[in-house]
Design a protein around this ligand. Structure first.
Ligand code: PHE
Length: 466
């Protein structure tokens, strides 16, 4: 039985909540880096094509499964075909892993936001500041707690009064902040000690101009894989989140239109993040300054802010507020997925399940924090990188499970159930699903093959085979 009041009030509520999930730290700390690394406009172009093909297929699949079955991943796959119940369990595993570390990252963002509120932030720009913070005993746990409490409170308030209401405030705020910072970024100029003069507009050109130099087939495939793995992490697909959010969508909503809007939102924010970060880093640190992940946000950018003079503090505050918004709506979607699945599984009310999931999140997040302190280790991962506890969780969920789940889902929908099941759901109210032909072709032939390749490459199995 469904919880009372557990649906989005309309299409906008759903689009903003789903966009809130999709727009997360990945849009801001990975997308610009990949652009800078993978030939600027060339990467943008490839990414755009993938959004319109793969992105749309994967997102439509998840949302339609949710809306048609009105169930969460654990039960939805079982309802599709009892033999595929295991796929629901596998899918549920992804948010279970992501929940362990997402609030820890949220805590880091909170810490930097507070630092710029109470000080001018010169300390944050100093070498070793970030490492000494994450390896300290208490501070990372305290900031994680603040972020987790905020997340749990929104989830506790429910679908319409919590998730939808906050997404409707946060997402427009996020767009506004990112636009302001991006425009400011374009106006920056700087002269290095050796007299080299650089401008934000030159940085923009570096970002959007396609760079074909040194392009070989192998390099092209590498770029394709980078774009592919970024895309489906960014859209929050294949982890049950969009199935859960889809189950809250009313039958009269036009799914095709809504999923298009979510993609435009997610890609638009990623593009703006590049427009904000690449010119700023280019102006102050040059092309070699581009980094990815936490080191971009917590090490390189504080140095960039520091060089902005009187604008340093307001820009840093606006930036970390925006980043906090992005992380919060994503973390809410992960926790909501866990709570909703547990409610369905144990037939218990939201409040109780929120408490249980909250305790789980708290304990595991403390362990992740300790991964940089008492539980520190360095593990070589199969994809070649070296990581701590947080990276191990991230690796299992994103590099291993997500492509594997996408692969299995495309086989289930493409070959066992048949793509018309999804097409029928999209056209439920007589809407015309323009790309139905493309959908059928992609889900049967293209997605399984590409996901298999992505799985082999990102797990490092490809190196063993070839
Ligand atoms: N889609 C989010 C991003 O781009 C990441 C995310 C992953 C959010 C998993 C929720 C769950 O950063």
């Amino acid at each position: 039985m469904k919880e009372k009041g557990s649906s989005f009030s309309g299409s906008i509520g759903f689009v903003l909540a789903a966009a809130g999930s999709a727009v997360g730290v990945g849009n801001i700390w990975r997308f610009p880096y990949l652009c800078a690394k993978d030939g600027g406009g060339l990467f943008l172009l490839i990414y755009l094509v993938l959004v319109l093909t793969f992105g749309f297929v994967l997102l439509t699949t998840d949302v339609a499964i949710g809306r048609k079955t009105k169930k969460n991943a654990l039960r939805a796959f079982e309802a599709l075909n009892p033999k595929w119940k295991f796929l629901g369990k596998l899918t549920f595993f992804v948010p279970t892993l992501i929940m362990t570390y997402y609030s820890v990252i949220g805590g880091w963002i909170t810490k930097y936001f507070v630092t710029y509120i109470i000080s001018d932030g010169t300390d944050a720009a100093a070498d070793g500041y970030f490492t000494s913070f994450i390896t300290s005993d208490i501070a990372p746990i305290v900031f994680m707690l603040v972020f987790l409490a905020l997340t749990a409170w929104i989830v506790f308030r429910g679908v319409e009064k919590g998730i939808e209401k906050f997404s409707k405030i946060i997402m427009p705020g996020l767009i506004l902040l990112i636009l302001i910072i991006a425009i400011f970024s374009l106006t920056l100029t700087h002269t290095d000690a050796d007299g080299t003069f650089r401008t934000g507009l030159q940085g923009l050109a570096f970002y959007v101009k396609p760079d074909f130099s040194g392009l070989t087939v192998k390099r092209f495939l590498e770029i394709l894989l980078d774009a592919m793995s970024q895309l489906f992490f960014s859209l929050s697909v294949s982890m049950g989140i969009m199935i859960t959010y889809g189950s809250y969508v009313k039958n009269e909503v036009n799914l095709n239109k809504a999923t298009n809007q979510i993609e435009i939102f997610d890609t638009g924010v990623a593009f703006l993040a590049g427009m904000m970060i690449i010119p700023a880093v280019f102006v102050f640190l040059g092309t070699d300054g581009m980094a990815s992940g936490p080191s971009l946000i917590f090490i390189s950018l504080p140095k960039v802010f520091d060089a902005m003079g009187i604008f340093s503090r307001p820009v840093a505050i606006a930036f970390f507020l925006m980043m906090g918004f992005a992380a919060l709506t994503s973390c809410v979607s992960v926790m909501e997925t866990l709570v909703a699945n547990c409610m369905e599984l144990y037939h218990k009310p939201r409040k109780k399940m929120c408490g249980a999931v909250g305790i789980y999140s708290l304990i595991t997040a403390v362990l992740i924090c300790l991964g940089y302190n008492k539980l520190y280790f360095e593990l070589k991962l199969p994809n070649g990188s070296v990581g701590q506890l947080l990276d191990v969780m991230d690796y299992i969920s994103n590099s291993f499970l997500m492509p594997f789940i996408s692969l299995l889902t495309s086989i289930l929908i493409g070959w066992v159930i048949g793509p018309d099941w999804i097409v029928g759901e999209v056209e439920r109210n007589g809407e015309h699903f323009k790309r139905a032909g493309l959908y059928r072709f992609m889900i049967r032939y293209v997605v399984p093959v590409v996901m298999l390749v992505l799985f082999l490459v990102s797990t490092g199995f490809a190196d063993l085979i070839f």
